[in-house]
Write a protein of this length. Structure first.
Length: 142
C-alpha cells in the first residue's frame, strides 16, 4: 500500500528573489561575498497559510454582506493581497528596504508588498506559494 504521508508537503519554502529584469538578487558584502536575497514563505499545507486564506475569504464574505456583492474594488483587492502575502511571509533574508527605515518583521513585509514600485516581489511570492511542488520535502530552496 502507498503511504500518502510519505509525500506530504513541508510548511515552508525558500524563494530566491529576482529583480524586475528577472535576474536573481544578491547582497554583496566585503570582498565580493554574495548572499542570495530570499523570502522564507509559508505554503499551502501550513496552518499559517490556511489562516491567511481564511481571513481573505472572510473579508470577501463581509463585503458581500455589507454591499450585496463580494466584488472588491482595486484598492480592496490590493489591500487583501498585501495582508495575505504579509501573513504568509516568515522573513526576508539579506535584504534591507530604505523606504521603510528600521522596519522589521511584519512591518517590513507589509511595506514591501504595499509598494507598487517593487510589486514584482509580491508577484513572485504569490506564484511561488501557489505551487505545491515548491513545498515538497526535496525543495528546500527554489
Amino acid at each position: 500500500m502507498f503511504d500518502l504521508a510519505s509525500i506530504a508537503v513541508v510548511d515552508t519554502s525558500i524563494l530566491h528573489l529576482k529583480g524586475p529584469d528577472d535576474e536573481l538578487l544578491y547582497s554583496v558584502e566585503g570582498e565580493g561575498v554574495r548572499h542570495p536575497v530570499q523570502a522564507v514563505l509559508y505554503g499551502p499545507g501550513s496552518k499559517q497559510y490556511n489562516t491567511a486564506q481564511s481571513a481573505r475569504q472572510s473579508k470577501a464574505i463581509a463585503r458581500l454582506q455589507k454591499k450585496g456583492s463580494a466584488t472588491a474594488s482595486t484598492g480592496e483587492q490590493n489591500a487583501d493581497q498585501v495582508d495575505f502575502l504579509t501573513a504568509i511571509t516568515v522573513r526576508f533574508e539579506n535584504l534591507v528596504y530604505s523606504k521603510a527605515p528600521g522596519a522589521t518583521g511584519e512591518a517590513l513585509h507589509r511595506a514591501i508588498y504595499a509598494d507598487p514600485t517593487v510589486g514584482f516581489i509580491g508577484e513572485q511570492v504569490a506564484k511561488h506559494t501557489g505551487d505545491w511542488a515548491n513545498f515538497t520535502k526535496g525543495s528546500a530552496t527554489s
